[in-house]
Design a protein around this ligand. Structure first.
Ligand code: PLP
Length: 405
């Protein structure tokens, strides 16, 4: 067998794949901790961590072991027509972490979002008394909740929507961070809001202090479900297990995915208390792979790693250090550095062009970061990163932020 080369891999993907992504030209062949290698043996630090799915880092021994052990039982999928030996423990652990009494496992983030929307609507009709077909859900401009047709129905991004209509009705979009804009949109038919506590894809947009709390209080007073999409901000990334904790907000519903399985396979989940979750009765919603024992075994290990290795605390401490050091550089290209924990967005000045060339230069120096929304360089490495590794990165980031692009 001939040796795999980066050039081959890139050519094949480009020739046979749909062109729905614009990847940086690097092939990842091997990974360990925060480091990856291409087929030629060049080493890079991964500062994207697959959009925060790899919070536990590559090749974590405990997650690898859990996956292999489950595979060796010969049972990777049972479907929900039967019970399996891992799902119960997984659900119990998620209930403990979120404080909710029930959860519903799916696979991708978008599926968790779809599930939460279905649940909120059904709850609206059956528990809140909204007239059939009238339920409204409020979403926030600049959001990212996934790519299915229902989910893009409440996106405000024209690129995500153009020529994909007609869209699912029943959504209102209000300004993120503006309480009045939200309040004015509420009617008797508002069943729920769906909100990211920090808009990550939107460019690491952090709402004004007190905003989430204000919105959440208003929701409880008006029998509206506060549904937090913590698919990217959750599970330690921002320095707390959930980003809502920064404002002591307790959501009625969590959507989780990405790091819940540490990057091993698609696992997502929706959590809520009994009075909300019990709108689901046998036969009305489900997924073949949702709750599969391999995913459950992996997720148990991945969640245990977050807790045992205190990754949220680590993200808080090292994230502040990482972001402050970038701020202190005072680069002529940087407009602003926004961060919470190890979710760091470096906004490039308009005069300095887009963020993409900076990401390409970073790659040349051995750092993988990806632009989001054109003007923002995102640094979101695995949470197991060490201070020495951050210092290694900072040296190279400084070189790039002071070069001509
Ligand atoms: C990634 C993401 C999703 C979608 O998850 P997929 O697994 O890609 O479907 C939804 N919401 C947020 C906040 C995300 O970051």
């Amino acid at each position: 067998m001939s040796k795999v080369t980066s050039k081959d891999c890139i050519e094949k993907e480009n020739n046979c794949g749909a062109h729905n992504y614009h990847p940086l030209p690097i092939v990842i062949a091997r990974g360990e901790g925060v480091w990856v290698w291409d087929p030629e043996g060049n080493k890079y630090m991964d500062c994207l961590a697959s959009y925060s799915a790899l919070n536990q880092g590559y090749n974590h021994p405990k997650i690898v072991e859990a996956a292999l052990e489950q595979i060796k039982t010969g049972v990777t999928l049972t479907s929900r027509a039967f019970y399996n030996t891992r799902l119960g423990d997984f659900l119990k652990l998620v209930c403990e972490l979120t404080g909710h009494s029930r959860c519903l496992p799916m696979n991708t983030g978008a599926e968790a979002v779809e599930t939460a929307i279905k649940m909120a609507r059904k709850w609206g009709y059956e528990k809140k008394g909204i007239p059939e077909g009238q339920a409204e859900i409020i979403a926030f401009a600049g959001n990212f909740h996934g790519r299915t047709n229902m989910v893009i129905s409440f996106s405000s991004d024209e690129d995500y929507r153009k020529n994909f209509g007609p869209f699912t009705p029943g959504f209102k979009i209000v300004e993120f961070g503006n309480f009045d804009s939200f309040k004015d949109a509420v009617t008797e038919n508002t069943a729920a809001i769906i909100i990211e506590p920090i808009q990550a894809e939107g460019g690491i947009i952090i709402p004004p202090e007190g905003y989430l709390k204000q919105v959440s209080n208003y929701c409880s007073e008006n029998k509206i479900l506060f549904m937090a999409d913590e698919i990217q901000t959750g599970l330690g990334r921002t320095g707390k297990m959930f980003a809502c904790e920064h404002e002591d907000v307790v959501p009625d519903v969590f959507m989780l995915a990405k790091a819940i399985s540490g990057g091993f396979m698609p696992v997502s989940i929706v959590t809520a208390d009994d009075d909300v979750m019990d709108v689901f009765t046998p036969g009305i919603h489900g997924s073949t792979y949702g709750g599969n024992p391999l995913g459950a075994a992996v997720a148990i290990a991945a969640l245990n790693v977050l807790v045992e290795e205190k990754l949220p605390e680590r993200a808080a401490e090292l994230g502040d250090y990482f972001a402050d050091e970038i701020r202190k550089m005072n680069s002529p290209h940087v407009e602003e550095v926004r961060s919470r924990g190890l979710l760091i967005g470096v906004e490039v000045k308009k005069e300095s062009g887009s963020a993409r060339p900076f990401c390409e230069k970073l790659m040349d120096k051995g750092i993988l970061a990806k632009e989001t929304h054109d003007s923002v360089i995102r640094f979101a490495p695995p949470l197991i990163i060490s201070k020495e590794e951050i210092d290694w990165a900072l040296e190279r980031i400084a070189e790039v932020l002071f070069s001509d692009v």
